[in-house]
Design a protein around this ligand. Structure first.
Ligand SMILES: *[C@@H]1O[C@H](CO)[C@@H](O)[C@H](O)[C@H]1NC(C)=O
Ligand SMILES: *[C@@H]1O[C@H](CO)[C@@H](O)[C@H](O)[C@H]1NC(C)=O
Length: 244
């Protein structure tokens, strides 16, 4: 009798297991073997209008919680200049914050990972004890793009160490009038020097291989490199009498 019931239990177990497997729906967008465009099309076809709006929305760290990310399907987070989880937060506290935000995103219906970006403009400048480099006005004065590239690599390492994959840098403003209040963020009044200093980008992201399709974003090492972002708007710094 005891033997029969244990056989029954094993059978019931396999029955439940088979139902569970069948119930786990195959999701094409989560299948890394599918081509990228097929995964994107599949994901977008599943999204509601509300989810699409949420994914296109970026909110500041200071109003972000895992619950808010999930509730509004938020796509990305800005950690703006001076923004930090606590006044003297350690790298570990930063990392924990990034993990909590990511968990919030992954717990949402479609489980779309969130993009977290930080204003790491001259080093990982929001982080206590991080390496702070001179601001862009000083770096432009060096006329040394290879040095700026090394600074990009050092910054990427420290940004990654806090769990963040993306920085809103470099600032490629061309400051045409020093009366403008944000001239310190500009490498030069000469656009050729600003252009040369975009060597920061391969420093942040890693060098793009020669045969790489240029219309794809590129980060060559997820442990030590981060995505860059040349900013701000076109014509940034082209003020009239220092006024935007
Ligand atoms: C959050 O950060 C933004 C951007 O720096 C700032 O304008 C806003 O006042 C901050 N809000 C709060 C609630 O601290
Ligand atoms: C900052 O650096 C100092 C000196 O190395 C160290 O004693 C301290 O623990 C660091 N604090 C944080 C929050 O990383």
């Amino acid at each position: 009798m005891a033997r029969l019931s244990s056989v029954c239990m094993v059978m019931v177990f396999f029955l439940l297991w088979a139902i569970a497997i069948q119930g786990a729906e195959y999701l094409k967008y989560k299948d890394p073997k599918q081509p990228l465009h097929a995964r994107i099309n599949d994901l977008i076809s599943r999204m509601t209008l509300e989810e699409k709006i949420g994914q296109m929305t970026q909110i500041e760290r200071n109003v972000t919680t895992p619950e808010i990310i999930k509730k509004y399907h938020i796509g990305s987070i800005l950690i703006g200049g001076g923004s930090a989880p606590a006044p003297h937060a350690s790298a570990e506290t930063w990392m924990d914050m990034a993990d909590e935000f990511q968990k919030g995103a992954l717990s949402d219906r479609l489980g779309i990972p969130i993009i977290i970006g930080v204003d790491a403009i001259h080093g990982h400048n929001n982080v206590f004890n991080a390496t702070i480099f001179p601001h862009n006005v000083g770096l432009g004065a060096t006329r040394d793009p290879q040095l700026v590239k090394k600074i990009g690599a050092a910054t990427a390492l420290e940004v990654r160490a806090t769990g963040i994959p993306y920085t809103f840098a470099p600032c490629i403003a061309v400051c045409r009038d020093p009366r403008w209040g944000r001239c310190f963020e500009s490498y030069s009044e000469d656009h050729k020097i600003v252009q040369a200093m975009t060597e920061l980008i391969p420093g942040l992201q890693g060098d793009i291989p020669a045969n790489y399709p240029m219309n794809f974003p590129y980060v060559n090492n997820e442990r030590i490199k981060v995505a860059g972002c040349a900013k701000h708007f076109v014509g940034d710094g082209g003020t009239i009498n220092g006024i935007r």
